[in-house]
Design a protein around this ligand. Sequence first.
Ligand code: SAH
Length: 465
Amino acid sequence: MKTFPMFLTMTGRRVVILGGGEQATQKCRLMLKTEAAIEVFAPALDVELQSLVDTGRITHRMDRITADALRGAPLVFVGTGCPGIDAALHAVATDAGGLVNVVDQPDLCDAITPAIVDRDPVVVAIGTEGTAPVLARQIKTALERMLDPRLGDMAALAGRLRDFAAQRLAPRQRRDLWRWVFNGPLRARHAREGDAPVARAIKDVIRTGTVPAAAPSPVALVGAGPGATDLITMRGVQRLQEADIIFYDRLVDPGVLELARRDAERVFVGKEPGCHAWPQDKINAVIVAAAKRGQRVVRLKCGDPGVFARGAEEADALRAAELECEVVPGVTAASGAAAAVGGFLTERGKSDTLVLTTGRCADGNGTPDWVTHLTQRSNVAVYMGVAAAPKIAECLRRANLLDQVQVTAVSNAQRAEQKVLHCGGRDMVSELTRAGIESPAILFLSRPDAVERELRIPAPRLVAV
Ligand code: SAH
């Protein structure tokens, strides 16, 4: 960080603006949000500045700009509209010892004004050290949408009631109180109805000393997406940020875990291949136990929690323990893999049936009937298919389909290590090995007609992406 964000107390502080035109007016508007004592040095003033002088909100000074005249002002803005004059005034202002901001000349700035989301007294400042003002504005827009316009009033109300709460409640109760105020339905009520009913409700709770128990939040089964950190949904990120504890799988990208609160507990409950340290029963049990302790729980799974993820078993266990459960969908690996190769899961006229199937079923369930799924216009995505490739090839051989099937295999889709292989069914097993395609991978099987097959699969090839 070359610059450090900090909130300065401005009440009564002298802030000087050098210039009387549009640039100076802009800085003045910004400073008017504060309670600073604003002085504008300029031979002539813009009408807007003049009216502020007339109402006594700012002071107009016409004396010569010298270091002595500026001394004691902790913040000086320079914006005359003329870069040459600004550079000269920068030297004078620096001499006077305050922090200097020169409009549109970042190299001459000790202090940069951030993009601001203003819900006074809640203020969010966004800075990019001058590298990407457009990005700062995009972030600002996103935050503007996220934060209710009345949020500041609610914070101010809480501020007014702090002393009352401190007199009546123990520290632990106070924490519970404010958590209840800002987490619960009260915040939505404030957005709808404003201060009065919310103030009454808070005062009642402080008087009686009993903070309503927060309704336990449902356990969220969240889909993390196939890999890339930005392929989780916004709802998923929100649940991660609310979570006290996160149980995550082997294939969840570490970058996604970074999106959680820093103090959230992260528990790995993955199944390393060939290792049974975390059987499903035990996973169910720890999730249920955490939720019963009152922790906000996220169960984070790669892809979508509803696709080959044993989500249903976890949801059943939660329901059996009378706990609520919410499913937050994610981008499943087949979608991630198709997009990664510029492909489409269905294509009008070519593939109108999409089959998601697996190479590995529950013990005792045999194997899925891959061949039956493989019709002329279907696209079959096989999860956990690499180890099952020889079995799949054998089924194709028995159905006399080896030469009709086109295979696209994508391993580690949407990750840096992604590999893509196109080949025919006959070469599938050897090519997978030769290309080094390992789990996690999706195998797409299709049966294009003869013409298309010629076009699409001239020879096995590994595509580096
Ligand atoms: N719930 C997940 C699937 C979990 S089963 C989802 O919806 O995607 C695990 C299998 O998913 C892996 O064996 C592999 O077949 C597939 N998979 C998961 N992540 C993948 C990735 N980044 N690239 C390719 N396949 C992936």
